[in-house]
Each structure stands twice: as structure tokens, then as C-alpha cells.
Design a protein around this ligand. Structure first.
Ligand code: SF4
Ligand code: SF4
Ligand code: FES
Length: 234
């Protein structure tokens, strides 16, 4: 590949403050991802560069950022596929920025209760044993949502209303009602508040950027159907 310009929005409280774009140049190998480029810049050019990553394979959601203005997982976005001579990286919108590409995403979890089924192994299938014991233990994926925050960052309502529950939380609510019907009354009360499902403007941006096929907008419509008593339940 030819040499590539990577423009990164940088921010360090009191140091690079207000935020500013810095440009780095590198010659990537054909298979490099955006995350590979960040690692190379940090190792060879800018040791203070801040970003998050853990799994490197689209499972943990930590590396989410905006690439040329679109929410993506850095570890799964190949530079060659972007087909632009320069690439602009910025942090996710809507979340508090700690530094460079790092944001705090705890808002995604504040409504999710520890006893919700999305956080529990399925005892009927023996998942707890599979997870916790033996040399043959398997990792079981319970939910598709990896809490990356891309949907929230892309949502025009979340950008203008910080009280909006947002597509990730509303999707989790919808799934929980489906899996645990005894929670329906309480969770529909939460979801039907003015800053919940009724605030969604059906822009569909959330479903477009979700990297794991959760389709949050579909869950939000299902909640609306439950609230208004129309259509199919999720
Ligand atoms: S469908 Fe609703 S939640 Fe999703 S991006 Fe649009 S306004 Fe936001
Ligand atoms: S619904 Fe999709 S985009 Fe939103 S947090 Fe979960 S995985 Fe990320
Ligand atoms: S590093 Fe885990 S999703 Fe990208």
C-alpha cells in the first residue's frame, strides 16, 4: 500500500486543550486495520496516544471510534477497504471524552440490572458449568450487543438529548422483556418515559452502524408496538 495520512483528533486535559487534529504518516501493510495503524503510531511516533482495545476481534467493543465520520470498530476496519488517501479518526460522540480516542461508556450500563438475563449463564443448557470448569470449557456468547456505543454516537436524538435512554439500552430492555416476561410491566414503564422509546425519531442510524447485527431500531419499534398495543411483539 501507498503511504497514508492518518489525522487523529487529540485531546489531553490541560495539554492539548482544546482538542486539535494531529497528522501522522505511515505505510501500512495490505491487511492492516485502523487499530493496527493506531498501534504503529503509538509504538513508533506518538507514545502518548490514547485509545482502547482488548480483544482485537470485534468482541469487546472497546476500540469503537469514528472513522471518516462513521462509527466503526477500529479492529475490524481494514485501511484498504476505506479507499481514501487520508483517514480521520475521532472519538465516539455523546460520551464523555477522557483523552484522544478514549471515552467513558458507563452510561450504557446504568439501566442494566445485574439480574437481567443477558448477564446470566443459561443453567438449563449447562452454560455455567461450561464456562467455569474443565479443560474443555467453552465460551458461550449470550447476547450480540458488545456495548461498543456506536449506535448511541450515531443517533441524532442522543446527540441533542443527553437524557435519551438511547438505542443500546432500549434494545437491552426489549430483549429482557422477551426473555423474562415477568419484567414487562416495570421495563415498559422505563422504556415508555418521554426520554425513552417515544423520543426515537426512527432515523435508523443506530441499526446502520451496529457492528454485530443487533438492529436496535427494530427493538425500539417492538417496544413501541408493546406500548401502543399494535403490531408484533419482539
Ligand atoms: S432509530 Fe431512534 S434510536 Fe436509532 S438512531 Fe434513529 S432516533 Fe436514534
Ligand atoms: S446495539 Fe450494536 S452498536 Fe449499540 S452498543 Fe450494542 S453492539 Fe454496539
Ligand atoms: S478490540 Fe475488541 S472490539 Fe475491537
Amino acid at each position: 500500500m501507498r503511504s497514508l495520512e492518518i489525522k487523529i483528533s487529540r485531546f489531553k486535559p490541560g495539554v492539548i486543550d482544546p482538542p486539535a487534529f494531529f497528522t501522522y504518516e505511515l505505510t501500512p501493510a495490505p491487511a492492516w486495520t485502523v487499530l493496527d495503524a493506531l498501534e504503529q503510531i503509538r509504538i513508533h511516533q506518538e507514545p502518548s496516544l490514547m485509545y482502547r482495545r482488548a480483544c482485537h476481534h470485534a468482541s469487546c467493543g472497546t476500540c469503537a471510534c469514528t472513522v471518516n465520520g462513521v462509527e466503526r470498530l477500529a479492529c475490524r476496519t481494514r485501511l484498504a477497504d476505506l479507499q481514501t488517501p487520508a483517514i480521520t479518526l475521532e472519538p465516539l460522540r455523546c460520551f464523555q471524552r477522557v483523552g484522544d480516542l478514549v471515552t467513558v461508556r458507563s452510561a450504557l450500563f446504568q439501566f442494566i440490572q445485574p439480574d437481567w438475563s443477558c448477564l446470566q449463564p443459561d443453567d438449563k443448557r449447562g452454560d455455567r458449568d461450561l464456562l467455569l470448569s474443565g479443560p474443555d470449557r467453552t465460551i458461550t456468547r449470550f447476547e450480540n450487543c458488545i456495548e461498543c456505543g456506536c449506535c448511541v454516537s450515531a443517533c441524532p436524538v442522543a446527540r441533542s438529548n443527553r437524557h435519551f435512554l438511547g438505542p443500546a439500552v432500549l434494545s437491552a430492555v426489549s430483549r429482557e422483556i422477551k426473555k423474562n416476561p415477568s419484567t414487562e410491566k416495570d421495563l415498559l414503564t422505563l422504556a415508555a418515559a418521554p426520554d425513552g422509546e417515544p423520543a426515537c425519531r426512527r432515523a435508523l442510524a443506530c441499526s446502520r452502524v451496529c457492528p454485530t447485527g443487533v438492529y436496535p431500531a427494530r427493538h425500539i419499534y417492538a417496544l413501541r408496538d408493546r406500548r401502543t398495543g399494535t403490531g408484533n411483539k419482539p
